[in-house]
Each structure stands twice: as structure tokens, then as C-alpha cells.
Design a protein around this ligand. Structure first.
Ligand code: HEC
Length: 111
């Protein structure tokens, strides 16, 4: 009896689990976007050698997605990034985040 209830609850929850990732990230499309827009400041691999620009290579994908959503919504304020994030769709955000997360993390000892 208990077992049947648990099975029923599990099956009822399946469609919810399946719908969690709203959009699947496309790393190749992310690379195209980065080449067009972001690399001028952050570098193609996300590891800018300029201290003015945070390094994005190898950063956690979730962190990058959240940062870009926050710039887009205005929850995080920066005149430069608010402007660039505004041009990104939710799909673009997922793509560029996946791309930068896939790049090597570079640690510079001296800038
Ligand atoms: C004109 C230069 C410039 C361009 C182009 C640019 N950025 Fe930025 N980016 C910055 C600066 C400056 C900051 C630091 C802003 C701050 O202090 O919040 C930043 C911060 C970020 C952060 C937050 C990093 C962290 O550690 O919290 C992310 C993520 C990011 N940029 C992604 C992108 C993406 C994706 C693009 C392309 C769509 C892009 N940027 C284009 C200058 C730029």
C-alpha cells in the first residue's frame, strides 16, 4: 500500500523534473556570440589580461547565467554590462555561459 503511494507520487513528479532545463545550452552558438560581442573586453577564452575585465573562463556556468540575468534585469548594476546583457536573449545567456564555463581557467600570478 505505502509502496504504491510512493510510486504514484514519483510518477506524478516526473513531468516536472523533465521540464526543469527551460532551454538547452548551445556551446557553439555561444562561441559565435562571444566572438561578435564579448571578446573585445573579456577575450575569446574569457581570460582577459586587462585587470578592468573580470575573467570568465572556467567560471561556474550557473554563476555566469545568474550574473547575466541580473545585469539584464538591472538587479546588478554596471553601465557597460547592463547594456550588453540587455541585447542577450535567455537562450544567448545560456549559450555564452556554457561556452565560457567550458574554457580553461587561467591563473595569472602578475597582472
Ligand atoms: C566594453 C567591454 C565589455 C564587453 C563588450 C562585455 N563586457 Fe562583460 N564585463 C565588463 C566589465 C567592465 C565588467 C565588470 C562589471 C562589474 O563590475 O559588475 C563585466 C562583467 C561581466 C560579468 C560578471 C563577471 C563576474 O565575475 O561577476 C559577466 C558574466 C560578463 N561580463 C559577461 C559578458 C558577456 C557574456 C559579454 C558579451 C555578450 C560581455 N560580458 C561583454 C566589460 C565588458
Amino acid at each position: 500500500m505505502m509502496k504504491r503511494i510512493r510510486t504514484t507520487l514519483f510518477l506524478a513528479a516526473l513531468p516536472m523534473l523533465a521540464s526543469v532545463p527551460a532551454v538547452a545550452a548551445d556551446v557553439a552558438a555561444g562561441a559565435v556570440k562571444v566572438k561578435e560581442v564579448c571578446q573585445a573586453c573579456h577575450g575569446m577564452n574569457g581570460n582577459s589580461t586587462s585587470p578592468d575585465y573580470p575573467r570568465l573562463g572556467g567560471q561556474h556556468e550557473d554563476y555566469l547565467v545568474q550574473a547575466l540575468r541580473d545585469y539584464k534585469s538591472g538587479a546588478r548594476k554596471n553601465p557597460i554590462m547592463n547594456g550588453f546583457a540587455a541585447t542577450l536573449s535567455e537562450q544567448d545567456i545560456e549559450n555564452v555561459a556554457a561556452y565560457f564555463a567550458s574554457q580553461p581557467q587561467v591563473v595569472f600570478t602578475k597582472r
